[in-house]
Design a protein around this ligand. Structure first.
Ligand SMILES: Cc1cc2nc3c(=O)[nH]c(=O)nc-3n(C[C@H](O)[C@H](O)[C@H](O)COP(=O)(O)OP(=O)(O)OC[C@H]3O[C@@H](n4cnc5c(N)ncnc54)[C@H](O)[C@@H]3O)c2cc1C
Length: 371
C-alpha cells in the first residue's frame, strides 16, 4: 500500500484508463498506467466527443449516464485549471430531430417524460428549428432541443485527464503492452511488460475493445468485442451549424471553429480499421437528408475506431470474478466519453474500499472461466 491507499496499475490509456488514473491519483493512490501504444490512440481518439444530457430512462444505466454528463463540466474545468490545457468542453446544446410524421406522438411523450424528470428541453416545429439552423432541410418534421448537451474534443480532454493524473503523481508508460499478469493462486499482484514487472495491489483492466485479451491471460472470459465506427469530418468557414444534431442513430456534431463530425457506423467486422465506400456513402446520404446545407462544405478528414462492445447495454465496472486484485472498467460501447467522470470515480471508490456513488451490481462482469 502507498500510505493507506493501494498501489494500482491501470492497463490502457484511453479515456477510461485516464479518468480512472486521475481519480485514483487524486485519492492518494500510487498509480502506473501502462499503454501499449500512445495516449488516447484508439476508440477515445476516434470518438465524436458528445456529452449528452438526454438520458432516456431512470434506471441504473440512465442514472450512470445522467451523473456522468452532469459531472462533466466541473471535471473539465478542474483538469483545465490544473494543467493549463483546455479540456475543450463546450455546452452548445443539441437537437433530436424527426423526419417522420408518424413518430411525432412518440417523441412528444418522450419530451413530456424528460420534462417530468426536470430536464431542460424545448419542443419545436420545423419552422422554429429552421430559423435557428438554416442548414437543416425541409424533411424535418420537428424536434426537441436540449440546451444542456455538450461536446468535447476527446483527444484534448483525455490528454488533460492524463496530464492531471501525472501532476498528482501518476506514472505513464507508453509503447509497452501488458503481456501477462503476475499471479499467486487466485491473487493477481501486478503485470508483466517487455523486460519488466510492475507490482500492484490492484490492477485495473481498461483496455477497451482489447480487454478480452487481458481476460484470456487470466483464464476469464471478458465478453467484449470490437464495433467499428467510421466518422467523416467537415469544416465550414464561417460555421454553418451551431448545435449537435441527432436524427435516429445518425448525428452531426458542431464546434465553434466550423468543424463538424458526421457519425457514425456501427459494424461488427473484427479489428479491420478502415474507412469504406459503403460507410462513407451511408453517412453522407444521411447528412444531406438532414442538412442539405452541407452539400458544398469540404470534407477534411475521415477515420475509424473500435468501440468496446460488451454484448449488453451496461458497461463492465467491477472486480473480476474468481480473482483477487483485478478490476475491470471497459465495454462503454457508443458512450464512453460522456460517462468517463463517473466511471473514473466508481473505479476509485471501489478500489479504495469506499461506498460507491452508484451500486456496482448492474455493472458486474458476470462471466465464467474460459472453456
Ligand atoms: C466513431 C466513434 C464515435 C464515438 N462517439 C462517442 C461520443 O460522441 N460520445 C461518447 O461518449 N462516446 C463515443 N464513442 C465511444 C467512446 O469513444 C468509447 O466508448 C471510449 O473511448 C472507450 O474508451 P476506452 O478507454 O475503454 O477504450 P480505448 O480508448 O480504446 O482505450 C483502450 C486502450 O487500451 C490499450 N491497450 C489494449 N491492450 C493493451 C495491452 N495489452 N497493454 C497495454 N495497453 C493496452 C489500447 O492501446 C488503448 O489505448 C465513440 C466511439 C467511436 C469509435
Amino acid at each position: 500500500m502507498a500510505g493507506d491507499q493501494p498501489k494500482v496499475v491501470v492497463v490502457g490509456a484511453g479515456v477510461v484508463g485516464c479518468a480512472a488514473a486521475y481519480y485514483l491519483a487524486k485519492a492518494g493512490c500510487l498509480v502506473t498506467v501502462v499503454e501499449r501504444g500512445e495516449l488516447c490512440g484508439e476508440a477515445s481518439w476516434a470518438s465524436a466527443g458528445m456529452v449528452s444530457q438526454a438520458v432516456p430512462a431512470d434506471d441504473p444505466l440512465g442514472r450512470f449516464h445522467a451523473l456522468g454528463s452532469q459531472m462533466f463540466p466541473a471535471l473539465a474545468a478542474e483538469i483545465s485549471e490544473l494543467t493549463g490545457v483546455d479540456a475543450s468542453y463546450r455546452k452548445n446544446g443539441g437537437w433530436r430531430l424527426y423526419l417522420n410524421e408518424d413518430s411525432w406522438p412518440g417523441w412528444v411523450s418522450q419530451y413530456e417524460k424528460y420534462q417530468g424528470r426536470g430536464m431542460d428541453c424545448e419542443i419545436l416545429s420545423h419552422e422554429e428549428i429552421w430559423e435557428r439552423e438554416p442548414a437543416l432541410g425541409p424533411k424535418i418534421v420537428g424536434g426537441v432541443y436540449y440546451p444542456e448537451d455538450g461536446v468535447v474534443d476527446p483527444r484534448q480532454y483525455t490528454r488533460a485527464l492524463a496530464l492531471s493524473a501525472m501532476k498528482l503523481g501518476a506514472n505513464f508508460i507508453f509503447g509497452q503492452p501488458v503481456l501477462d499478469f503476475m499471479t499467486e493462486g487466485e491473487r493477481v499482484y501486478g503485470v508483466e511488460i517487455p523486460g519488466d514487472q510492475l507490482s500492484a495491489d490492484v490492477t485495473v483492466i481498461a483496455a477497451g475493445a482489447w480487454s478480452w485479451q487481458l481476460g484470456e491471460m487470466l483464464g476469464v472470459h471478458i465478453p467484449i468485442s470490437p464495433a467499428r465506427g467510421q466518422i467523416i469530418k467537415l469544416r465550414a468557414t464561417p460555421p454553418v451549424l451551431n448545435h449537435t444534431v441527432h436524427c435516429g442513430d445518425f448525428y452531426i456534431t458542431a464546434r465553434p471553429d466550423g468543424t463538424m463530425l458526421l457519425g457514425s457506423t456501427v459494424e461488427f467486422v473484427g479489428f479491420e480499421k478502415r474507412v469504406t465506400p459503403y460507410g462513407v456513402m451511408g453517412l453522407l446520404e444521411q447528412a444531406l437528408r438532414v442538412a442539405p446545407g452541407l452539400s458544398e462544405v469540404p470534407i477534411v478528414d475521415q477515420w475509424a475506431g473500435f468501440r468496446p462492445y460488451p454484448g449488453r447495454e451496461m458497461p463492465i465496472i467491477g472486480p473480476m470474478p474468481g480473482r483477487e486484485g483485478v478490476f475491470v472498467a471497459a465495454g462503454h460501447f457508443r458512450t464512453g466519453i460522456s460517462p468517463s467522470p463517473i466511471t473514473g470515480q466508481l473505479v476509485m471508490e471501489a478500489v479504495t474500499g469506499q461506498k460507491t456513488t452508484l451500486p456496482l451490481e448492474p455493472f458486474a462482469l458476470d462471466s465464467g472461466p474460459l472453456d
